[in-house]
Design a protein around this ligand. Sequence first.
Ligand code: 4F9
Length: 221
Amino acid sequence: MKIEVLTLFPEIYDTLNVSVIGRALKNGVFEVGVHNIRDYSSDKHKRCDDYPYGGGAGMVMTPQPLHDAITAVDPDRKFLRIYLSPKGKKLEQSVVTELASAENIMLINGSYEGIDQRIIDLDVDMELSIGDYVLTSGDLASLVVINAVARYIPDVLGSEASTDEESFSQGYLEYPHYTRPPEFMGLSVPPVLLSGNHAEIAKWRKNQSEIITKEKRPDLL
Ligand code: 4F9
């Protein structure tokens, strides 16, 4: 998979070079290209924002640098072009797995009050929100999308890790985990997990998933 990111703050994406995602990028398991929208501004001061028509607070990103960046990076419209916005479709695990099946994804990041609507009308395939709150730019949302999607690319997670028993994968929250020691600060590991009886362990985990989901997220049931 190739992900192209358009942003005014390319340094934010330096954090992609650490941990699980950093290892996958270093190994070429997938690719992320980061492009500075400012480089495409034809303004003599490289400006990318201007006052909103109709008045009001804040600035709006002008269409020219965005349109030129988008069409330079994706001249043949091979990318699923996503604009990160609180007005978008809400990101959830089912959307993540859908996106993971795309070959090419472009993440377009607005700053300030947002981008000129004509860019959304002309150049964007999908608006995506990571939740009902406002950020200073779409970039942290893009990092969330990259991280969540990358986990479904083969070879990103080590062979020990799996996406099919975790929270949301079967419509339930995941069961609790324990490791050594068997007793910590007076709290014991549930004995069934030490029993070696795999059928009983599976039954306990399924039951725990149901109890926890009912208690914490009844909306999922
Ligand atoms: C994007 C918020 C996606 C939530 C973009 C300001 C945003 C956002 N999900 N906030 N710009």
